[in-house]
Every structure is written in C-alpha cells, then in structure tokens.
Design a protein around this ligand. Structure first.
Ligand code: 5GP
Ligand code: MG
Ligand code: MG
Length: 183
C-alpha cells in the first residue's frame, strides 16, 4: 500500500520505500561478507519483521534458510516487561547453526534480550541480531545488535511491518502516526 492511501494518518514519513530498500541492500552486503563460507539461518520475529525478512532475504545473493518465532511479552500497558511467552517456536533445530535474528524495531530491547538468551541456550554456533530500526533506549540493554538500519528518535512509528492496532503493516514506508489517529 502506498502512503497516499493513508493520507492524513501519517504525521511524517521517516523513510521512503527507496530508502528502506537501499539500506536493506547495504545490510545484505555486510551479512554476505560476514557469513561467507558459513550456512545461515534467518529467524524472523512475527509479525513485525515480515517485511524486513522478505526484502532483506531477497537482497541476499546466497543460500539462506528462514524460520519464524512468535513471542508475546506480558506486561501492563504498552511497555514491554521482558517477561516473554513463546507463541510459536522454531521448526528448526539450531544446534551448531549460525542464527541471525531479523527484527523490525528495537525499543527497550527487553523482548530481544530474552529471545537471544533463549536461542543461545540451544547450542547454536552463533546468534547475532539485525534490525531495520532502533530507538535510543535500546542502547541501555546488554544485547549487542550487529546490524542496524536506522537509529530513530523516540517516537511511535508505523508501516513496513509495524502496526498500530494491527493496521498500517502493509505501508511501504515508515512514518510517525498523526495524533488524531490514536487520541
Ligand atoms: P522492546 O522489547 O524492544 O521494547 O519491544 C519491541 C517491540 O515493540 C517491537 O518488535 C514492536 O512490536 C513494538 N514496538 C516498539 N516500538 C514501536 C514503534 O515505534 N511502533 C510500533 N508499531 N511498534 C513498536
Ligand atoms: Mg519485532
Ligand atoms: Mg505491535
């Protein structure tokens, strides 16, 4: 869906389709270099990472396997608590595998930090993280993120997999939501 269809719902477009795609292509080049000669399993975190997974993986000129996890974090309100439940686990045994977690956005990093230690406990060869977007607070968490697309300010963004009440995931751009939509 093009941004014109939600004209008025977005306050500001932060990244256009072209900007997102060229950033993902650049990230794909780094991933190809770093994993040369190694097999690679991309693990997407549902549902936000669907678009990043689809496009990042297609920018890779190498074999790659893809699997998915769905996790839900408990907690009151809109902040993540770091207490996480697996809703859908991997189909893949990751023992001795090189795992790259594919994320849409890292905010507090609490969910991710839980996920990375969960994956590390399964005996993989390596676990690294790539994300299209990262907010300032993510810097405070222990999880090292190997590949970051864009560092963004602390605002609520939608589009390109990211939702507000399950809407806007199908936008080709990433933008901030106009206050009238959520107030
Ligand atoms: P964290 O545990 O890093 O605080 O939470 C990350 C998750 O919160 C993301 O995967 C995403 O689902 C949600 N999230 C964090 N910031 C935003 C945002 O700006 N927009 C949207 N739509 N979701 C966000
Ligand atoms: Mg996510
Ligand atoms: Mg959401």
């Amino acid at each position: 869906m093009d941004p014109e269809h939600v004209d008025g719902d977005l306050e500001k477009i932060l990244f256009t389709e072209e900007e997102i795609q060229s950033k993902l292509a650049e990230m794909a080049r780094s991933i190809e270099r770093d994993y040369e000669g190694k097999d690679l399993l991309l693990v997407g975190v549902l549902k936000g990472a669907i678009m990043v997974m689809a496009d990042l993986s297609r920018h890779l000129s190498r074999h790659v396997e893809q699997d998915w996890m769905a996790i839900s974090s408990y907690g009151s309100g809109t902040r993540s608590s770091g207490v996480v439940r697996i809703v859908k686990d991997l189909d893949t045994d990751i023992t001795d595998r090189h795992v790259l977690v594919v994320e849409d956005i890292i905010d507090t990093g609490l969910t991710l930090s839980w996920l990375v230690s969960n994956l590390r406990s399964r005996g993989p060869a390596s676990v690294e993280v790539c994300t299209l977007l990262r907010k300032p607070e993510a810097a405070k968490t222990a999880v090292e993120v190997r590949y970051v697309g864009y560092d963004i300010p602390n605002a609520f963004v939608v589009g390109y997999g990211l939702d507000f009440a399950e809407r806007y995931r199908n936008l080709r751009v990433v933008g901030t939501l106009a206050p009238h939509v959520y107030s």
